[in-house]
Design a protein. Structure first.
Length: 107
């Protein structure tokens, strides 16, 4: 993780791309997990299977929202200070603050 990357690179590769990865993972889990659970009931009993689908869908959401986005927002905050002055710096830092605000970390 190179902190000297520009904020626009951090935004596109970490925020947008990983959000797209999360969306694809959740869609695949929602589509395939019930089919696999219904097809192989002897492998996983229904009492356990009802917990597998929420786990497969919630783990990537929790990982991206509560671990990766705050970490990359901190990196974005520092990268804005290293690469921009004036309005660009404040715009990127405002975006990082909005990410934290939506997560309930600030305020």
């Amino acid at each position: 993780m190179n902190v000297t990357r520009k904020p626009v690179h951090i935004f596109f590769t970490e925020h947008l791309l990983y959000s797209a990865y999360m969306f694809v993972w959740v869609m695949l889990a929602v589509y395939f997990a019930p089919k696999l659970l219904a097809r192989y009931p002897s492998v996983l009993p229904p009492e356990v299977g009802i917990w597998v689908l929420p786990a497969l869908t919630m783990l990537p959401i929790i990982a991206v929202l509560y671990f990766w986005l705050p970490f990359s927002a901190i990196r974005l905050w520092y990268a804005a200070g290293n690469h921009h002055e004036g309005f660009g710096q404040y715009a990127w830092r405002a975006y990082a603050a909005v990410v934290f605000g939506f997560l309930g970390i600030w305020g």
